[in-house]
Ligand binder design. Sequence first.
Ligand SMILES: [Zn+2]
Length: 163
Amino acid sequence: MSLSKEHILSLLSEIPDPEIPVITILELGVIRDILVIDDTNIELKITPTYSGCPAMKQIEDDVRKKLTEHGFTSITINTIFSPPWTTDWITPQAKEKLRQYGIAPPETTTEDKSWLTGKTKAIACPRCKSLNTKLISQFGSTACKALYQCNDCLEPFDYFKCI
Ligand SMILES: [Zn+2]
């Protein structure tokens, strides 16, 4: 009996993102395709979030471990670079979870090119929702995030950068 694609999806939905444990790797949108070849043989397509993001290796290891526990002995993981991952692939529910976790989720889609014109967008504080915030550093706890501080509640917070 081979596991259905839906079953595989539910297994993968149990794997948290290594950097942000409140969201799953499915919600992050890195799993692009699942091909169940037979009972023991599976092929996955994964698109890395940021090239060189150390979390990707962890995600691959976690996926292999989870699928091995469920009987797959041959697990092929193909890394797909095109189309490139964008923050648009993070599900709306996951963005809300990020906010509750204290990370400002990507505010806009990548269609917004305001960064090209040098105008910085106001990022809402995930705690008090104030737009009166300032950029402290382009790099927060990881390269994928920028560090901001709220001028109202004075809380520093990570902002998940749009790419
Ligand atoms: Zn605040």
